[in-house]
Design a binder for this molecule. Structure first.
Ligand code: PMP
Length: 349
C-alpha cells in the first residue's frame, strides 16, 4: 500500500474528451511554422540517437542565458516546468515545512508539497480583484519560520497577478520564493533579478506554443541551481526537444507575435463575454479567462460541449466558474457565439 498521504491524495486529472474547438488546457493556438519544424528535424536526424544528451544541456542553457541576460549556471532545463517544480519542491520542502500559496492556484503545487510531507498553507484569492492577495501572503509567511511561498503570476486558473513589488516584499520576509511565470509573457512581465532564495520557473508550453515538446526552465543563483540539480533527474530532456527549444529562442519574433495576438484576443473575448447577459468574466493577464454565469458550471460546460467546444470546469476551485483558453480568432468566435446562444435560450421569456 502507498503512504497515507498518497492514499489520501487525488491524481492530477483532466476531463478526457475531444472536441473540434479545444480551449481547455491553455495551449497556444499557434504551432511552429512547418518550415522551421522541418529544418530542426533535419538537423536532429544527423545526430546520434544512441548517445545520451549532453549531461549539462549546455546548448539550451547557454541559449536561455543569452536570451535572458544570465549565465548558464543560473539556468536549469527540464521536461516541462512541472519537472523543475517537483525538483525545487523536493529541494526546499521537507516534513513539516510551511508552504504558503494562493488558493485556488495550479493544483500541482499542493500535490507536490503533500508528497514531500510539507504543510500546505492556502491563502484565499478573490478572482474578481485581478490581483493576488499580497498582504495576506506576507502575513502568512511572517507567522511561520522558514516558510516557502509558491506564487503563480498570472495565477492559474483565476488570471490575476502579483502586485508590483510583490516578489521583493516576499523575499524581504526571509522566505524562499518559488515564482511560476508560466503565463508571464501574456502579462508582459520582466524576470526578477536573481536571488539565492528566489527560483523563477518558465515554460515553452504557453507563449512559445511548444507544449507537446515538454520543455521548461528555471533561473536562480548558481548556488541555488546546484542544490536543485541534486534533486532533478539526469537526462530528463531529450535531444529533440532541446534542439527545438534552442532554435525557437533564435526566433523571438514568433513568441512576440503569439503573445501580441493572444493579448488582443483576450481583450476582445473579455469584452464579448462581459457583454453577454448573465455572464461575468474575471480579469486576466494570462492566455485564459475564468468566468461565472447564471447557469451552473457543469450544465454550461455540457451545453458548450454540445457545440463541440471543450473548455475547463474549474468550479471545484472557483465557485461556479469555467475557464476558457484564448484560442485563434475563429475558435474564440465559435466559443462566444455558442455561449451567447446558450445564455439567450436560458433567458426567462
Ligand atoms: N505552471 C502552471 C501555472 C501551469 O498552468 C502549467 C501548465 N498547466 C505548468 C506550470 C506546466 O507547464 P509545463 O508544460 O512546462 O510542464
Amino acid at each position: 500500500v502507498s503512504r497515507d498521504v498518497i492514499a489520501a491524495m487525488t491524481a492530477y486529472t483532466l476531463e478526457l474528451r475531444e472536441a473540434e474547438v479545444k480551449l481547455n488546457q491553455n495551449e497556444s493556438p499557434f504551432d511552429l511554422p512547418r518550415a522551421l519544424k522541418d529544418e530542426i528535424l533535419a538537423r536532429v536526424v544527423e545526430r546520434p540517437w544512441n548517445i545520451y544528451p549532453d549531461f549539462e544541456s549546455m546548448a539550451l542553457r547557454s541559449a536561455l542565458a543569452t536570451a535572458y541576460g544570465y549565465q548558464p549556471e543560473n539556468v536549469l532545463v527540464g521536461n516541462g516546468s512541472n519537472e523543475l517544480l517537483a525538483a525545487a519542491i523536493g529541494a526546499f520542502v521537507g516534513p513539516g515545512t510551511p508552504v504558503v500559496f494562493s488558493k485556488p492556484t495550479f493544483s500541482l503545487y499542493e500535490k507536490l508539497v503533500t508528497v514531500a510531507n510539507g504543510r500546505p498553507i492556502p491563502i484565499a484569492v478573490d478572482p474578481a480583484s485581478g490581483v493576488l492577495p499580497l498582504d495576506e501572503l506576507l502575513g502568512a509567511v511572517e507567522r511561520e519560520t522558514n516558510a516557502v511561498v509558491i506564487v503563480c503570476s498570472p495565477n492559474n486558473p483565476t488570471g490575476g497577478v502579483l502586485p508590483a513589488g510583490g516578489v521583493d516584499a516576499l523575499l524581504a520576509t526571509g522566505a524562499t520564493v518559488l515564482f511560476d511565470r508560466a503565463y508571464g509573457d501574456f502579462a508582459l512581465d520582466a524576470l526578477p533579478p536573481l536571488h539565492d532564495r528566489l527560483v523563477t520557473f518558465s515554460t515553452f508550453s504557453k507563449a512559445w506554443g511548444l507544449a507537446g515538446m515538454r520543455v521548461g526552465w528555471l533561473a536562480s543563483t548558481a548556488a541555488t541551481c546546484r542544490e536543485i540539480r541534486k534533486v532533478k533527474l539526469p537526462y530528463s530532456l531529450n535531444i529533440i526537444s532541446e534542439a527545438i527549444a534552442a532554435t525557437a529562442l533564435q526566433h523571438q519574433e514568433l513568441r512576440v507575435a503569439n503573445v501580441t495576438r493572444t493579448i488582443a484576443e483576450r481583450t476582445r473575448v473579455f469584452a464579448a463575454i462581459h457583454a453577454i447577459d448573465g455572464v461575468t468574466p474575471y480579469p486576466s493577464q494570462a492566455n485564459f479567462i475564468a468566468f461565472t454565469s447564471k447557469i451552473a458550471a457543469k450544465p454550461l460546460f455540457e451545453a458548450l460541449f454540445a457545440y463541440d467546444i471543450l473548455i475547463r470546469d474549474v468550479s471545484a476551485a472557483v465557485p461556479n466558474a469555467l475557464r476558457v483558453s484564448i484560442g485563434s480568432r475563429e475558435e474564440n468566435d465559435r466559443f462566444l457565439a455558442a455561449l451567447g446562444e446558450i445564455m439567450r435560450e436560458e433567458a426567462p421569456r
